[in-house]
Design a protein. Structure first.
Length: 184
């Protein structure tokens, strides 16, 4: 599996004979298009190829959604329908307030500050602050309605920032879990 980037932004993953774009589209090589269409009969949209061949031109005569070359990649959009007050949360301020609230007297407080800054820098570099706003809203809704959610799952437990937000209950700093395992 290979992560593909464009302008240092992750745009998709190469899997076997197709490329799965993070914007929901699929790019496959022209010689594999018939095989894909035979095995996935309901597949009728979001198919792109890396080149248009005569076979693709012939196939397009019979398709409503034409197979094209993918020329642009849509930005990831985390502007989901959440209240404005959650869209406007200052992520850094929110996270550091949680850090102070929970660990001000901790003997490893300075190390936790360094870890938090490092993780927030990564989230910022990947343009994921809007996503963190959504996660803060999700935790708020769960708490407000007394919905129980899991202790933690997968590599997300290696994020101390997600722990501070309340997504999981695993103190990744305490257990020295590597944050890079989460945002590979």
């Amino acid at each position: 599996m290979e992560i593909i980037t464009q302008n240092s932004f992750k745009i998709g993953t190469q899997l076997k004979n197709r490329f799965l774009c993070y914007d929901g589209d699929i790019i496959i090589s022209p010689d594999k298009i018939m095989e894909l269409m035979l095995t996935h009969k309901n597949l009728d949209k979001n198919i792109f190829v890396d080149e248009i061949t005569e076979d693709i031109n012939q196939l397009n005569k019979y398709r409503l959604n034409k197979i094209k070359i993918k020329s642009d990649f849509k930005d990831l959009d985390f502007s989901w329908n959440i209240p404005e007050e959650f869209k406007d949360i200052n992520i850094e301020q929110f996270v550091f307030n949680k850090l102070i609230e929970n660990f001000k007297l901790d003997s490893n407080y300075n190390g936790r500050i360094i870890r938090t800054k490092k993780e927030l820098d990564k989230f910022k570099n990947y343009n994921l602050y809007d996503f963190l706003n959504v996660l803060i809203y999700v935790v708020y809704v769960f708490e407000k309605h007394n919905i129980v959610w899991g202790v933690g799952r997968g590599s997300s437990v290696s994020s101390f920032v997600l722990y501070l937000i309340g997504i999981h209950d695993i103190d990744s700093y305490k257990y020295n879990l590597t944050f890079e395992d989460f945002l590979k």
